[in-house]
Design a binder for this molecule. Structure first.
Ligand SMILES: Cc1cc2nc3c(=O)[nH]c(=O)nc-3n(C[C@H](O)[C@H](O)[C@H](O)COP(=O)(O)OP(=O)(O)OC[C@H]3O[C@@H](n4cnc5c(N)ncnc54)[C@H](O)[C@@H]3O)c2cc1C
Length: 464
């Protein structure tokens, strides 16, 4: 029986991986890439899977770094992006960095050579043709304006973002609760009945003044000319607020009212930094109102001067970028299909993941889902204990109700937590400072074990 093709729009990191997975599953695929007919502001060539900036896929250590774990999972699933990356790596210590031209040339050649892949160089300048009954939209952060307009028509205003304005996100376990405390302003109950939704970090006057100086003096990242990111008054970078007056933050996101420090109840804090839960698991908290263009190194340095955050580990740092992404938790089902038009799947950065590897990972899953569907099956998503499952969980449901959905790199905070082990497999006590690494190893081992079980498991029939 000849199968109808799946159409993939966008031959970047996600689209190339999706097309490969579909073809490898025995299903024909048509990959529509607009370059070189139409360019973007960042791409330079007509190659597929072009790396628009750094040449790094980040750490390659599966046991101690979650991006390395994602690499390992993708390799197990026959990822083209990982195979081409491995074949074209350049020396980079513990990171997987690649020869960018060799890498994307390899991806292009392997897709061009695949008998089930047809590559069409054209812009899909509106909603995909109605006759395409299975489509993966993987057009990335620089989706062409005509397609963006069409997506906006489907999703509605407010469900498609053109910029990410991200406040730093901190791992809960790295916050010092001998200094910080949980309380909502005026003990106000939220809809879930929780009156202690926020984590509060107090500052005295000297700490606040030093913090403002550090914000004003810290090095800032520049916008690229084409990014032309506008500042919205509700979402100003924290250093821009500080520039407007030294007291602005104390009357804005850092106002010290309606809160009592249980560690020091008689002393009123001069300013208070608040953190709010960021994921459904409750392992990650974002710094409220702290979106910033400070350079990453400066963010770590300055934000670790905040009392209670001296040992903060950041799941992601703040930023403000041009980025096109949809409100996936609301718009997509667990199969990455648009609820309003299920023939369309989304993949890559446009779904609200961030990074080359994460974009390719979502492409990999979208491709497998689409191929299984074409064959009359439903492929369940990988378990949430895997890096792949955690990513898809984040974009289709892991984000908390009411919170503003913002793009995210993979991080251990997206996986269900485990206790740090006190003893090794040999029964020996693990020194305290090595327990964090031992915990990451356990989580990574659990992930690969669960991924293998998922791979070996049955594909659920669509009728079930
Ligand atoms: C300037 C910039 C720098 C970045 N730097 C990094 C970095 O250093 N490291 C990192 O990990 N991540 C980085 N990212 C984030 C992100 O990981 C990459 O953008 C990544 O390439 C996203 O993969 P993708 O497949 O979703 O999109 P892309 O790789 O951008 O692929 C999308 C493809 O779709 C095509 N396309 C767009 N619209 C249409 C259309 N209507 N019809 C047909 N084709 C279309 C584009 O030409 C492109 O080839 C950066 C992003 C930007 C914008």
């Amino acid at each position: 029986m000849s199968l109808r093709p799946v159409h993939v729009v966008g031959g970047g990191l996600a689209g190339s991986e999706a097309a490969w997975q579909i073809a490898q599953a025995g299903v024909p695929v048509v990959l529509h890439e607009m370059r070189p007919v139409r360019g973007t502001d960042a791409h330079q060539s007509d190659r597929l899977a072009e790396l628009v900036c750094s040449n790094s896929f980040r750490a390659d250590d599966w046991a101690g770094n979650v991006v390395g774990l994602l690499h390992a999972e993708m390799r197990r699933l026959g990822s083209l992006i990982m195979a081409a990356g491995d074949a074209h790596q350049v020396p980079a210590g513990g990171a997987l960095a690649v020869d960018r031209e060799g890498f994307s040339q390899a991806v292009t050649e392997r897709l061009e050579a695949h008998r089930r892949v047809t590559i069409v160089r054209e812009e899909v300048a509106g909603l995909p043709d109605r006759s395409w009954d299975s489509v993966i939209v993987a057009t990335g952060p620089l989706t062409s304006p005509a397609l963006t307009e069409a997506i906006l028509g489907l999703t509605g205003e407010g469900q498609l973002s053109f910029f990410d304005a991200i406040a730093p996100i901190v791992h809960l376990e790295s916050i010092d609760f001998d200094v910080a405390w949980r309380q909502s302003r005026y003990d106000k109950e939220g809809p879930g009945g929780d009156a202690a939704a926020y984590i509060n970090c107090p500052m005295d006057k000297a700490q606040y003044e030093a913090f403002i100086d550090a914000l004003l003096d810290g090095p800032k990242a520049e916008f690229k000319e084409w990014e032309n990111v506008p500042y919205f008054d509700g979402c100003l970078p924290i250093e821009v607020m500080a520039e407007r007056g030294r007291e602005t933050l104390r009357h804005g996101p850092m106002k010290p009212v309606g809160l009592t420090n249980p560690h020091n109840p008689t002393v009123k804090a001069y300013a208070i930094v608040q953190l709010r839960q960021d994921n459904a698991l409750g392992t990650l908290f974002n710094m409220v109102g702290f979106q910033t263009k400070l350079k990453h190194g400066a963010q770590v340095e300055v934000f670790r001067t905040i009392p209670g955050l001296e040992g903060a580990e950041f799941a992601r740092l703040g930023g403000l970028h041009r980025n096109t992404f949809i409100n996936s938790p609301r718009l997509l089902d667990v199969q990455l299909r648009l609820k309003a038009d299920p023939r369309l799947r989304f993949a890559g950065q446009v779904t609200g993941v961030e990074g080359y590897v994460e974009s390719a990972a979502v492409g990999l899953l979208a491709g497998r889902f689409a191929a299984a569907e074409r064959r009359g099956h439903t492929l369940a998503a990988p378990p949430p204990t895997t890096a792949l499952g955690a990513l898809i969980g984040h974009i289709t449901g892991g984000h908390i109700e009411g919170g503003k959905f913002q793009p995210m790199n993979i991080n251990y905070g997206l996986l269900p937590p485990m206790e740090a082990p006190r003893h090794g497999a040999d029964g020996q006590r693990i020194p305290v400072k090595e327990r964090g690494r031992a915990k990451k190893r356990l989580m990574s081992e659990r992930a690969l074990h669960d991924l293998d079980a998922w791979l070996a498991g049955p594909v659920k029939a669509a009728a079930e």
